[in-house]
Design a protein around this ligand. Structure first.
Ligand SMILES: [Mg+2]
Length: 290
C-alpha cells in the first residue's frame, strides 16, 4: 500500500476506473504473495469469503462491460462531432476511454464535476487528433452518447450466477461505483437490475469516490454489516482491493483479462469462481482466526 493509495482523496498513479482508461494495472510492488495472479485458487477465495455477511460489487468492467459500451457510444458520439473523420471515430473513442490526462480520477476524487471531467476528455481527444472542437461540443456529444451508451449496456454473463449464489447464501449484495448516480441508473435500468440492489453508492453519495475509505464505510453502514464481514469485488486493484482493505473490508480482485499482478491480492478470473466458492463456504460465523 503506497501512501498515495492510503490517502484516498487524490491518488495519482492509481488505476483507471469507469469512464477512465483501461486498467493499467496495479502499481507493481515487491510483494509477490502466494495469492498473486489470476485464479488464486479455491482455498484462497474461500478464506476471503469465510464468515462474510455481505458482498460489495464494483459496477464498471466488473458487472457491466463498460469499456465496450463506452467505446461503442463514443464512436457514435464523436462521429456526431466530427462527421468528416469516419476512419478515426473508434480510435478517438478508445482514446476518450483511455483518458491519458486522467480526468476521471480527478472527478472521482471530488476535485472536479462530471461535466468538467467529460469536457476535459473531449478537448484532449480533439488535440490528439488535431480536430477543432465545435461550439456546444459537450451538449452535442452527450446528446449522441446517451442513447448509444444505454443501448450498448451488456451484463457480463457470470453476474446472474453470482447474484443467485449470494441470494442462496443469504448475503446482501451492494454496489459501490466511482461513476455518478445518473449514468449508474442508466446502466442498471437498461439491464433491468435497478430493483435488484437496495444499496448503490456512487460518487454522488458523499461527493467523492474510491479509494477514500469513507465511501467503503458508508456502503457497509447502508448494508448494515461491519466492514470486516464485507467482501469487496472489482477489477481495479487500487480502488476495489487496496482501498477496500485499507478501510477494513476484505477484497477479491477480478482479473477478467488474466493480467496477473505482483500485488499481494487474491485474484479471480471471473465471478463464477466466487459463485462456486459461495456455495461451498460457511457464512455468518468465521472458522478462521483473523
Ligand atoms: Mg471497475
Amino acid at each position: 500500500m503506497s501512501p498515495a493509495d492510503a490517502s484516498g482523496r487524490d491518488a495519482p498513479g492509481t488505476g483507471a476506473g469507469p469512464d477512465a482508461g483501461p486498467d493499467t494495472g496495479p502499481d507493481a510492488g515487491p510483494d509477490t504473495g502466494p495469492d498473486a495472479g489470476p485464479d488464486a485458487g479455491p482455498d484462497a477465495v474461500a478464506l476471503v469469503l469465510d464468515g462474510a455477511r455481505a458482498l460489495l460489487l464494483d459496477v464498471d468492467d466488473t458487472i457491466v462491460d463498460t469499456r465496450e459500451a463506452m467505446v461503442v457510444a463514443g464512436t457514435e458520439a464523436l462521429g456526431a462531432l466530427w462527421p468528416g473523420r469516419e476512419g478515426d471515430h473508434r480510435a478517438m473513442a478508445e482514446r476518450y476511454y483511455a483518458d491519458p490526462e486522467r480526468w476521471f480520477p480527478r472527478y472521482a476524487s471530488g476535485a472536479i464535476g462530471f461535466e468538467a471531467m467529460r469536457s476535459g476528455r473531449l478537448a484532449e481527444v480533439a488535440r490528439a487528433f488535431a480536430a477543432d472542437l465545435p461550439g456546444e461540443a459537450y451538449d452535442a456529444f452527450e446528446d449522441a452518447y446517451a442513447p448509444a451508451f444505454r443501448a450498448a449496456q451488456r451484463l457480463f454473463p457470470d453476474v446472474p450466477h453470482l447474484l443467485a449464489s449470494a441470494e442462496d447464501a443469504g448475503l446482501p449484495v451492494a454496489l459501490l461505483t466511482n461513476s455518478a448516480s445518473a449514468p449508474t441508473r442508466v446502466k442498471l435500468e437498461a439491464l433491468e437490475l435497478a430493483a435488484r440492489f437496495d444499496v448503490v453508492v456512487t460518487t454522488d453519495t458523499l461527493g467523492f469516490g474510491k479509494p477514500d475509505r469513507r465511501v467503503y464505510l458508508e456502503a457497509c453502514r447502508l448494508v448494515g454489516v461491519e466492514p470486516g464481514e464485507v467482501v469487496c469485488i472489482g477489477d481495479n486493484i487500487p480502488w476495489d482491493v487496496l482501498g477496500a482493505r485499507d478501510a477494513g473490508l476484505r477484497a477479491l480482485w477480478l482479473d477478467r483479462a488474466g493480467l496477473g499482478t505482483d500485488e499481494d491480492v487474491v485474484a479471480v478470473g471471473g465471478l463464477d469462481v466466487v459463485a462456486e466458492a459461495l456455495a461451498a463456504t460457511r457464512f455468518g460465523g468465521s472458522v478462521v482466526d483473523r
